[in-house]
Write a protein that binds this ligand. Structure first.
Ligand SMILES: *Cc1c(COP(=O)(O)O)cnc(C)c1O
Length: 361
C-alpha cells in the first residue's frame, strides 16, 4: 500500500528520545527551548513558543493578540476545522470568506465586504503548503487596523517573495502532527517578532504564571514535552532535505499528469515556494478515481470533503453562507501521495494508474 502520509523516523529520533528519557527531564525543559530557538531562527523571527499541538498554538496565538468574546475573525472555510474552532474557543465568531480557485487560499478581493466594526483579525491558512497572498492580506490589515495571524500548520519552509511564511503576520502558528512536513508526534509553535505577544503566549501556555506558582491571568497547560521537542530537533535537521524531496516528487507528478485533460494539477504562483504538504489535483471524476487508485493499493485523501460553514456543528451555530468556490472544490479535490518516502516505483505506479483510469473511460 502506498500511503498518503508516512513520517520518517530514524535512529536519530530514537536516540534523541532515549537521551531525554534517561535525563529524567521529561516535561518542558532545555530541548523545548532549543527547538524554539531553531524554529525562530529558521523562520526569521525573534520569538517562538512551543505548544502541545497546532490547535493549542492557534488558541494561544488568538488569545495573545487579544481576541475576545464578541469579536469577529475573518478566515477560510476550506481548511482543517481547527482553524475555525480556535476562534470559537475565544468566544469570537469566525466569518468565512470564499477561497481562490487556483491557490485554494482565502481570496483577498472578497475580504473587505465582510469587515464590520466587530472585525478584529484575519486568520489565513497556507493550504497544502502554498502561501496565501500575504502581500494583499497585510495591506488589508494595515488599511483596516486588523491583526494578521497566519495558520502556517501546513507550510513550514514555504516562502512568499523570498521570505518564509510565518514571518508576515503579527504572529503565526505551525503544527508538528505526524502528517505535517516535520513531526513531534503532537506539537505546535507560535512565532512572532512582538515581545509582548511572545510573553503572553508563554503565560497562556502555563496557567497564566508570570513566575512559577504566581498567576496574574487565565492560562492553560499547553506545554510541549522535552520528549516531543527532542523528536522535533532531529526532524528539523532533515527539514530542508524532506521539503526538497516533496518538491521534486511534486514536479514529477505535475510533469506526468499535466497532459491529462480531465485533471488539473496544482498551481504554483510565481513569487512563492510551495512546500507540498499535500499534492492536490482537481477532477470531476474524483470519487471514481479515488476508488480506482484504492484498488491499486494507492491511498489518496480528500482535504476537505465539506467546507466548515457546511459542517453540522456550524449549521447548528446558524451559518447560512453560500461560498461557491469552496463548495465546488470540496467535490473535486483529491490529494495524491507526495511525501518524501515515495520511491521512483511508487511515483510511476501512481502516474500510470491515473493515466490508465482516464484512458479506459
Ligand atoms: C494540522 C492543522 C492544524 C492543527 O494542528 P494539530 O497539531 O493537529 O492540532 C490547524 N490548522 C491547519 C490548517 C492544519 O492543517
Amino acid at each position: 500500500m502506498i500511503k498518503i502520509a508516512s513520517p520518517i523516523i530514524s535512529e536519530e529520533e530514537i536516540e534523541a528520545v532515549k537521551e531525554v528519557l534517561k535525563s529524567g527531564m521529561l516535561a518542558q525543559g532545555p530541548k523545548v527551548k532549543e527547538f524554539e530557538e531553531k524554529i525562530a531562527e529558521y523562520i526569521g523571527v525573534k520569538y517562538a513558543v512551543a505548544t502541545s499541538s497546532g490547535t493549542t498554538a492557534l488558541h494561544t496565538a488568538l488569545l495573545a493578540v487579544g481576541i475576545k468574546p464578541g469579536d469577529e475573525v475573518i478566515t477560510t472555510p476550506f481548511t482543517f476545522v481547527a482553524t475555525a474552532n480556535s476562534i470559537l474557543y475565544c468566544g469570537a465568531r469566525p466569518v468565512f470568506v470564499d477561497v481562490d480557485e487556483k491557490t485554494f487560499n482565502i481570496d483577498p478581493t472578497k475580504i473587505e465586504e465582510k469587515i464590520t466594526d466587530k472585525t478584529k483579525a484575519i486568520l489565513p491558512v497556507h493550504l497544502y503548503g502554498h502561501p496565501a497572498d500575504v502581500k494583499s492580506l497585510t495591506e488589508i490589515c494595515e488599511d483596516n487596523d486588523l491583526i494578521l495571524v497566519e495558520d502556517a500548520a501546513q507550510a513550514l519552509g514555504a516562502e512568499f517573495d523570498g521570505k518564509k511564511v510565518g514571518s508576515f503576520g503579527d504572529c503565526a502558528i505551525f503544527s508538528f502532527y505526524p502528517t505535517k512536513n516535520i513531526t513531534t508526534g503532537e506539537g505546535g509553535m507560535v512565532v512572532t517578532n512582538d515581545e509582548k505577544i511572545a510573553e503572553k503566549c508563554r503565560k497562556i501556555r502555563s496557567h497564566g504564571e508570570y513566575q512559577r506558582y504566581f498567576v496574574d491571568s487565565l492560562g492553560y497547560n499547553y506545554r510541549m514535552t522535552d520528549i516531543a521537542a527532542a523528536i522535533g530537533l532531529a526532524q528539523f535537521n532533515k527539514l530542508e532535505i524532506l521539503n526538497a524531496k516533496r518538491i521534486e516528487n511534486a514536479k514529477f507528478l505535475i510533469e506526468q499528469l499535466k497532459n491529462i485533460e480531465e485533471v488539473e494539477t496544482p498551481f504554483i504562483a510565481e513569487n512563492v515556494k510551495h512546500v507540498f504538504h499535500q499534492f492536490t489535483i482537481k477532477t470531476k471524476k474524483r470519487d471514481e478515481l479515488k476508488e480506482f487508485l484504492e484498488k491499486r493499493e494507492i491511498q489518496t485523501a480528500v482535504y476537505y470533503p465539506l467546507p466548515i460553514h457546511k459542517q453540522k456543528f456550524y449549521q447548528q451555530l446558524g451559518y447560512k453562507d453560500s461560498l461557491p468556490v469552496a463548495e465546488k472544490l470540496s467535490k473535486e479535490v483529491l490529494s495524491l501521495p507526495v511525501h518524501p518516502s515515495l520511491t521512483k516505483r511508487d511515483l510511476d505506479l501512481i502516474v500510470n494508474s491515473i493515466k490508465e483510469f482516464f484512458t479506459q473511460k
